[in-house]
Write a protein that binds this ligand. Structure first.
Ligand SMILES: Cc1ncc(COP(=O)(O)O)c(C=O)c1O
Length: 379
């Protein structure tokens, strides 16, 4: 049975990239690697839409989240954390682990934060040093309004905006320089269509000022060391060489496609998936701003979402993600980020309809595939 991966990370890896990474390993303290790394540095700046350096860390996304905190904040600093899902919750836990005074804006799962709440919280508590958000909260399939929040934080010299863009960078615009984001992070297993194992982080000039006074412990993820070594096209520690080689190829492909086209590609797949889900009669979990990276759908009636997921896996070889915590059993999530194309979406929607019909759900069979094909079947 052919396998399909529709999880919001990891995502499928294109064959040409896999083959590139299958080549014999090279040493990293060589001109050969430095040339590859120079290309990677340029390519990442293009995707992060910044002139600043983008660091390549040998870790999953959480490593970059931790580094974002330890490189900018100090013990006891108050920070405002938007918590509207599992990854917002992770910001809370990381901050707490480092003795940051966490002020939480709890957002109901499926909702996006209202920027006026952030403005209000900053006015009420002028000692807050940072706002931490997810550009796309992967656990709920919602996008928080980064641009509007950045408009608030960029007015203040003493507050930085730290954005977890792990399921956003390369999917929809998060221009670090143009919007005034201060820390932006990404991960290899999302839009970058690579295996897990690399995380990326970029800091604004304002964030570097915060770095000067930051007293939190840091060593492996000390961004200053990465900055120094990046200038000579290397990393402080042994890089994940194979993944960096894959990344160079991916970035070359991205440059050929163009950033705007990448955003359009994702937007169209997202639109088709959402509309197909609605045509089947299902509700989106996102009440506002559904993410361009993935679609979270609510399982109909009393059908446990786990049954839909196991049905798709067993009959069609398709792996989807379920919900976590309060959304467990209630939702299923289809990713349309990275190496997912039009035919993949048409296939998953059709397969979904077959499983739903067998589970006894009554709907206009074929309505979802028709909608998806209407949107995606033309040039
Ligand atoms: C928005 C977001 N933040 C953080 C993470 C954590 O990344 P990782 O699991 O790669 O450590 C993920 C991964 O799924 C994510 O989607």
């Amino acid at each position: 049975m052919k396998k399909y991966l529709f999880t919001p990370g990891p995502v499928p890896v294109p064959e040409d990239i896999l083959l590139e990474m299958a080549r014999p390993i090279i040493h990293h303290r060589t001109v050969e690697f430095e040339n590859i790394f120079a290309e990677v540095r340029e390519g990442l700046k293009y995707i992060f839409q910044t002139k600043e350096e983008v660091f390549v860390l040998a870790s999953s996304g959480t490593g970059a989240m931790e580094g974002a905190v330890t490189n900018t904040l100090s013990r006891g600093d108050p920070a405002l954390v938007v918590n509207g899902g599992k990854f917002g919750e992770r910001w809370v836990k990381i901050c707490q682990a480092y003795g940051i005074e966490v002020h939480e804006i709890k957002v109901e799962w499926g909702e996006a934060v209202d920027p006026s709440e952030i403005k209000g919280a900053l006015s009420k508590n002028p000692s807050i040093r940072a706002v931490l958000i997810q550009a796309s909260e992967t656990s709920t399939g919602v996008m928080h309004p980064t641009k509007e929040i950045a408009e608030i934080t960029k007015e203040r010299d003493d507050v930085i905006l730290i954005v977890d863009g792990i399921s956003a960078v390369g999917v929809f615009p998060q221009p670090l320089d143009a919007w005034g984001i201060d820390v932006l992070i990404g991960g290899s297993q999302k839009a970058f269509m690579l295996p897990p194992g690399l995380a990326f982080a970029a800091l604004s000039k304002k964030a570097w000022k915060f770095n000067e006074r930051s007293n939190l412990p840091k060593f492996y993820f000390d961004f200053k060391r990465y900055l120094k070594d990046a200038k000579s096209n290397t990393t402080p520690w042994t890089p994940a060489i194979t993944l960096v080689i894959g990344l160079a190829s991916v970035l070359r492909n991205f440059k050929n496609e163009g950033l705007e086209k990448m955003f359009q590609r994702h937007a169209r797949l997202a639109q088709a998936t959402r509309e197909a889900i609605k045509a089947i009669g299902l509700e989106l979990y996102a009440k506002h701003s559904p993410s361009t990276a993935l679609t979270a759908a609510i399982s109909p009636g009393d059908i446990n979402a786990g049954k839909i997921i196991s049905g798709l896996r067993d009959r069609f070889g398709m792996t989807l993600a379920g919900g976590q915590d309060q959304a467990k059993g209630k939702i299923f999530r289809i990713s349309h980020m990275g190496f997912i194309d039009r035919a993949d979406i048409i296939a998953v929607i059709s397969a979904l309809e077959c499983i739903l019909r067998d589970l006894g759900y009554k709907f206009d069979f074929g309505a979802g595939s028709r909608r998806a094909s209407d949107i995606l079947g033309v040039e």
